[in-house]
Design a protein around this ligand. Structure first.
Ligand code: GLP
Length: 240
């Protein structure tokens, strides 16, 4: 696991977007795994700028998003699909026929999960997976638990996650359930880039980097992946 510490979010976004842009220059048909949350937003902005100002072409890129809330239609403004449309896809020229989401507004979530994994494999696997991290060490929506998950599955969100994500909902109440890629799916990515900023992530970052590898801190599994780079600001790196 390689750790890089930066002074500003802008610097993190420049470093992460440079890796993603190099990847799509070298392989225009790359498969990218995307994350939602505040952490990747500045990086997405850099990708949009590269598209608008430097002709970066995302039209052949295939994407898989990590997770989605249950019981929200894709068109719901709170869905992660809507988030990605607004924060990246619409302005950076992605081809929606290559965009993949766990469609979580369906009762038949098991077949949705099976099909998602099969589709990732059919597309040749994920070249680069972008991640944030939850305050409790979750990646995607893999919450602390007794075992590492494998493929996509439906999860009941931890109270701390519901609290952290309440800010995105006027009601203050996010859906209690979500579909998420499993730890096995994330670990199968060829390269992983994780972004964390702010004091509220410092404990999770310490557990991820220095703690035991345990499903109680799902991100700790990344210690065993051969190609992970972690991009931190000074506040999130404070306890390293
Ligand atoms: C959500 C997402 C995660 C994300 C995490 C951190 O729960 N499902 O994929 O990493 O929040 O979010 P933020 O970057 O806003 O702190």
């Amino acid at each position: 696991m390689q750790i890089q510490v930066f002074d500003t979010t802008r610097q993190i976004a420049s470093a992460v977007s440079a890796i993603l842009l190099k990847q799509i220059r070298e392989k225009p048909q790359s498969v990218l795994g995307f994350a939602t949350g505040s952490s990747p937003v500045a990086t997405y902005q850099k990708l949009i700028e590269a598209h608008e100002n430097d002709g970066a072409d995302f039209s052949k890129v295939t994407t898989f998003n990590l997770d989605e809330y249950c019981d929200l239609a894709q068109s719901d403004p709170h869905s992660y699909y809507s988030f990605m449309r607004e924060q990246l896809f619409e302005k950076a020229g992605f081809d929606y026929s290559r965009v993949h989401f766990l469609t979580a507004d369906t009762a038949d979530h098991e077949s949705v999960c099976r099909a998602y994994r099969a589709e990732i494999e059919r597309c040749g696997g994920i070249d680069i997976q972008l991640l944030g991290i939850g305050r409790n060490g979750h990646i995607g929506f893999n919450e602390p638990s007794d075992r590492f998950s494998d493929g996509p599955f439906m999860v009941e969100l931890a109270p701390s996650t519901l609290e952290a994500n309440a800010r995105f909902f006027e009601t203050g109440k996010p859906p209690r359930y979500a579909l998420t890629m499993g730890i096995g799916d994330i670990m199968a990515a060829k390269k992983i880039l994780l972004i964390a900023t702010g004091e509220s992530k410092a404990n999770a970052i310490r557990a991820m980097v220095k703690g035991d590898v345990t499903p109680q801190c799902p991100a700790s599994v990344l210690q065993t992946h051969p190609d992970v780079t972690v991009f931190l600001d000074r506040a999130s790196a404070r306890l390293l």
